[in-house]
Design a protein around this ligand. Sequence first.
Ligand code: ADP
Length: 268
Amino acid sequence: PPRASLELVAEPLADGWVLVTVDDVSDRTRIDAMRTDFVANISHELKTPVGAIAVLAEMLEDETDPEVVARVASRVVAESHRAVTTIDDLLELSRIESTRLADDIVDLSDIVDGAVARGRGADGGERVEVTAFGAKGDIVLRADRRQLTSAIGNLVENAVKYSDDDGVVQVRTRADDRWVEVMVSDQGVGIPTRDLDRVFERFYRVDRARSRETGGTGLGLSIVRHVASNHGGECVVSSQEGEGSTFVLRLPASLVVDAADLTDTNES
Ligand code: ADP
């Protein structure tokens, strides 16, 4: 059989204990080749945190030192969150793939402001500066509010997540007679050219160790791409490794509604 590739993440707990998570990535390399096998992917993604929970829980059975118990318990909590986040993202993706678009009237700036507020919150408001440009009522669309919220939220969340300390994240919106664009740019780690095409694939991550640290599921950008295509648009990325990335969510200008035409049925 081919040699197994293993990925090791070691994490000191206390009293000389080290939690070593061994991820068999040879599986994944194979799974990449049969990407259509979504179930295998999901199983693999869930097996990692659930496997870690099992090992940690076993440690807890024999452990009496309260400090070690506390450290191990917090790892159990973290791995549980990871499993739940993966399941939540999968449910979101499946909802986005299978349900019809809602016909909401959305003010793009509301969605951007919400995403920016959450982006700042995710960071504790300290590490990365997140700024939105664009005024209320500038761009009003007929679109699925929930889906746009999810897509723009994912882009801003990623920009913050993959920024270095003191990074700056900017969200700009613009419209011309063909496209409405939401541009999310960061000065973070960037994406190597060879990975640019693949980041929108389900479960694809450039740097698994980093993504794991930041709680990434590898599903965010596939959600974004689906939302874009559901609305007749697309999402594109340009990036320079070590310099930063810009993601552009592009929606057809035909979705724009003239705010002046809105009657009292306006929901936003
Ligand atoms: P994740 O949950 O891992 O962030 P995504 O689907 O949102 O998954 O993104 C896929 C991968 O693309 C990430 O793991 C990361 O490697 C890369 N990526 C996404 N956004 C950025 C960004 N703004 N800067 C650098 N890398 C990014």
